[in-house]
Design a protein around this ligand. Structure first.
Ligand SMILES: C[S@@+](CC[C@H](N)C(=O)[O-])C[C@H]1O[C@@H](n2cnc3c(N)ncnc32)[C@H](O)[C@@H]1O
Length: 195
């Protein structure tokens, strides 16, 4: 559990918004080992999609209430639509074409009027602009590791097909079980799927 056991504060904020809006079901693409799904599964029907079987083994133990699906979040995996999608730090992992596929897959699995809450690396993060540039805004900031760093305008452009409710920025801290910690500057977007 390399990012520790505590959920991101963004998951708590998303949950509060989902509760306010009367949401009953949530999908978490790129769910990892369930650090954030557990916030939702205590109150909503929660589904997690995750590519890594190692992460999924931990996830089913950590959060037995979420229904985890092994597969790619770049394609729809659910046979029905949910009321909300929460996606933490997955969108920035991909190049342009795959980022669009992730958003399209999330929208395909969301009911009209459903809610989206995404977080991603910000271009205000110190790693922005470090290393080899692969695409506009995308850098190999560590050897073999690349990410896309979003400006507010870029994030809004990615979600142009939705009704954007608000965007924001915050600093998230990840604490490893070994006692290390790391801070990231993230952007958030809250949006609704057009009816
Ligand atoms: C930075 S981690 C975030 C984990 C999780 N969202 C959390 O909140 O703890 C990104 C996760 O996305 C998963 N992932 C990467 N590509 C994926 C894909 N195509 N489909 C599903 N999951 C993917 C990784 O295995 C990893 O667990």
């Amino acid at each position: 559990m390399i990012w520790g056991e505590q959920p991101s504060g963004s998951a708590l904020r998303a949950k509060a918004w989902f509760l306010e809006q009367g949401i009953k079901s949530v999908l978490v693409p790129g769910a990892g080992y369930g650090r954030n799904t557990k916030v939702f599964s205590s109150q909503f029907d929660t589904y997690g999609i995750e590519l890594s079987s190692a992460a999924l083994k931990l996830a089913v133990e950590w959060d037995s209430s979420t229904r985890f699906i092994e597969g790619s979040a770049l394609e729809p995996q659910l046979e029905h639509q949910v009321d909300a999608v929460y996606c933490y730090d997955v969108l920035h992992l991909f190049l342009s074409g795959e980022r669009c596929r992730l958003i399209d897959a999330a929208l395909a699995q969301l009911r009209p009027g459903g809610l989206l809450y995404f977080t991603s690396f910000s271009d205000e993060d110190p790693n922005y602009g470090c290393g080899r540039r692969l695409e506009p805004g995308t850098y190999e900031y560590k050897e073999g590791k690349y990410a896309h760093f979003f400006s507010d305008a870029d994030l809004r452009e990615h979600f142009a097909g939705t009704e954007i409710v608000e965007t924001g920025t915050f600093t998230d801290s990840l604490h490893s079980p070994q006692g290390g910690s790391h801070e990231y500057i993230l952007r958030t977007i809250l949006a609704c799927k057009r009816g």
